[in-house]
Design a protein around this ligand. Structure first.
Ligand SMILES: CC(C)(COP(=O)(O)OP(=O)(O)OC[C@H]1O[C@@H](n2cnc3c(N)ncnc32)[C@H](O)[C@@H]1OP(=O)(O)O)[C@@H](O)C(=O)NCCC(=O)NCCS
Length: 174
């Protein structure tokens, strides 16, 4: 039987859970992210407490956690850039290998997108490494399409990432 997967917004006191998931994701999938494991390990653990508190309460920044049977097993960040651009993004998406292909990633991105739409976003963006074919297919299945924008990946300058966007009409409510 498939384990049941649920998503909820991070709580203010979950800094250590955030640190655990973020370092696990950077260790397991270093090719996927602009930050490196070394970067994350250099940061004071207490700064994850401050991030969790902010991401639990801010109208502009949030983290959503995936759980299986009460155990944290994935995450995604959602944020809205400062004005004037004020574009909405999902980032840092990761699902633990043991619970992949069960639609946990889809649930995370849909809950984060829904929250961004509630904050007024008409579009949700994601930067995706061009090497990361799985993530590209995954996002395309969720109706994200390429914008044509590209840039060098922060922390992996020799690799490029592409900007994808999803228009927030009715499809994510279905
Ligand atoms: C990308 C990632 C988040 C997807 O997470 P996931 O929980 O496996 O995602 P989903 O289950 O919603 O969908 C993933 C794939 O599984 C397939 N799938 C979903 N349910 C399935 C099932 N019951 N059986 C088989 N396949 C299934 C989907 O069709 C999808 O396949 P496709 O991309 O070929 O169309 C995960 O692979 C991951 O963490 N990768 C490493 C980090 C990363 O790349 N992050 C993205 C950075 S941009």
């Amino acid at each position: 039987m498939s384990p049941s997967l649920t998503v909820s917004r991070i709580a203010a006191q979950q800094g250590s859970v955030l640190r655990e998931l973020r370092t696990a994701s950077l260790r397991e999938a270093p090719y996927a992210f602009g930050e490196t494991l070394e970067d994350a390990l250099l940061v004071e653990p207490s700064s994850f407490d401050a991030t969790a508190e902010l991401h639990a309460n801010s109208p502009r920044l949030a983290t959503f956690l995936l759980y299986t049977e009460g155990h944290p097993c994935g995450l995604v960040h959602a944020y809205i850039e400062e004005a004037p651009n004020a574009r909405a993004f999902v980032s840092a998406l990761w699902v633990a290998p043991a619970v992949r292909h069960l639609r946990g990633g889809e649930l995370l991105v849909n809950v984060a997108s829904q929250w961004l739409a509630e904050q007024g976003a008409a579009e949700v963006h994601a930067w995706i490494s061009e090497e990361n074919r799985t993530a590209m297919r995954f996002y395309e299945r969720l109706h994200f399409g390429p914008t044509g924008d590209r840039r060098a990946m922060p922390s992996h300058e020799q690799e490029a990432e592409s900007l994808f966007v999803r228009h927030m009409h009715a499809e994510h409510h279905a």
